[in-house]
Design a protein around this ligand. Structure first.
Ligand SMILES: *[C@@H]1O[C@H](CO)[C@@H](O)[C@H](O)[C@H]1NC(C)=O
Ligand SMILES: *[C@@H]1O[C@H](CO)[C@@H](O)[C@H](O)[C@H]1NC(C)=O
Ligand SMILES: *[C@@H]1O[C@H](CO)[C@@H](O)[C@H](O)[C@H]1NC(C)=O
Ligand SMILES: *[C@@H]1O[C@H](CO)[C@@H](O)[C@H](O)[C@H]1NC(C)=O
Ligand SMILES: *[C@@H]1O[C@H](CO)[C@@H](O)[C@H](O)[C@H]1NC(C)=O
Length: 322
């Protein structure tokens, strides 16, 4: 970098200009280098023209910021963010029964849950496409042949008290619009919206043959929605949920979510114990042969963890507190 003073002086204004341009250019590229659909990412302007490349925290898998990120990558990113909280204490193993379904999952290269999940010890179990355990826990010899698809999701929630009930068909239309616009879910996958004030139930259905390449998965949609309703939105820079029906605000309580897989789960009843990752309720759905175990993931605002409960098949009851 040895240069004559004459050259430096003569080109100083130009150099300064270039420097300024480079700095503002870089700042601008970094300013808008964020992932609209996933704030748990690290984005750098790596593509030509300063276009962002965004990678999920915790895995470094590249994510598509025009679509939803898979639930597996989101859980993974969330766990990696937690681990980095060095100033915090770690709750004792006995203190936490995680009804949020939160664990540090293994994701495949496409960001889907691997069929078999293990924790840091040698305890393993099989999960469905929403990452919820669907077998007993076993040791490392446990085999999970395939990732069983969750093809039906029931989201059950209440809205906050209002002066008058919502009009069902308007509510239905508004929720379908929300799912289409915010979560990019084609309306054909919203199978039904049931309403009996103040309870709203949203049914999402999507089997593998109906899902076209590029379609979002109902597993991811339900997870984004759940986080939005809890006020923990995954979207970056986007305001929280703002839904109103004919001018009347719709404020939703945290949902209870039921997942139904294409194949019945494989729990041996006697081995069900407390301390499960999720609350498990056994139901018989009239139209579904066999037993469907629906797993509820819910996080109560109070910050307390709900006790695990196991119901016999034949009924779906809910505790009054749910
Ligand atoms: C950032 O903004 C500039 C100008 O507004 C634009 O040319 C560029 O493509 C944007 N980059 C990203 C990653 O959005
Ligand atoms: C990202 O997602 C959008 C919307 O689904 C899709 O059109 C686009 O092709 C995807 N881009 C990549 C690189 O996969
Ligand atoms: C792994 O799971 C087993 C059984 O649930 C549990 O006893 C153990 O504490 C877990 N280990 C970790 C590191 O989470
Ligand atoms: C709900 O609104 C629709 C139009 O959006 C109307 O046709 C219907 O009568 C309303 N239902 C009730 C019960 O008010
Ligand atoms: C997928 O859903 C469609 C419409 O509900 C149904 O006709 C089709 O048989 C289903 N396919 C499978 C493999 O379940």
């Amino acid at each position: 970098m040895a240069r004559g003073p004459g050259l430096a002086l003569r080109s100083l204004p130009l150099l300064l200009l270039l420097l300024l341009a480079a700095m503002t250019g870089r700042a601008a590229a970094q300013d808008n280098c964020t992932c609209a659909t996933n704030k748990m990412t690290l984005c750098l302007p790596e593509y030509p023209g300063g276009r962002c490349q965004c990678r999920a925290l915790g895995t470094n898998i590249e994510v598509n910021c025009s679509s939803l990120t898979s639930k597996c990558l989101l859980l993974k990113a969330r766990m990696s963010a937690r681990k980095s909280g060095r100033g915090l204490v770690r709750p004792s193993e006995h203190a936490i029964v995680d009804n949020d379904g939160l664990y540090d999952p293994d994701c495949d290269h496409q960001g889907r849950f691997k069929a078999r999940q293990c924790n840091q010890t040698s305890v393993c179990w099989c999960v469905n496409s929403v990452g919820v355990r669907r077998t007993d826990k076993g040791d490392q010899s446990l085999q999970c042949d395939e990732l069983v698809r969750t093809h039906h999701i029931l989201i059950d929630l209440r809205h906050r008290p209002t002066d008058r009930a919502f009009n069902h068909s308007d509510l239905d239309a508004e929720l379908r619009r929300l799912f289409r616009e915010r979560y990019l879910l084609p309306p054909r996958f919203v199978a039904a919206v049931h309403y009996e004030p103040p309870t709203i139930q949203i049914e999402l259905r999507q089997n593998a043959s109906q899902k076209a390449p590029g379609d979002v998965d109902i597993a991811d949609v339900a997870y984004y929605f759940e986080r939005d309703v809890k006020g923990e939105s995954v979207f970056s820079g986007r305001s929280g949920l703002d839904v109103s029906v004919r001018g009347q605000p719709l404020l939703m309580e945290p949902p209870l979510i039921f997942y139904l897989d294409e194949k019945p789960p494989q729990f041996s009843m006697k081995r069900l114990t407390s301390g499960l990752v999720a609350v498990i309720v056994v139901v018989v759905l009239a139209l579904v042969a066999g037993v469907a175990v629906l797993v509820i993931s819910n996080w109560r605002r109070s910050g307390k963890y709900r006790k695990v409960e196991i119901k016999e098949m034949g009924e779906l009851r809910r505790e009054p507190s749910l």
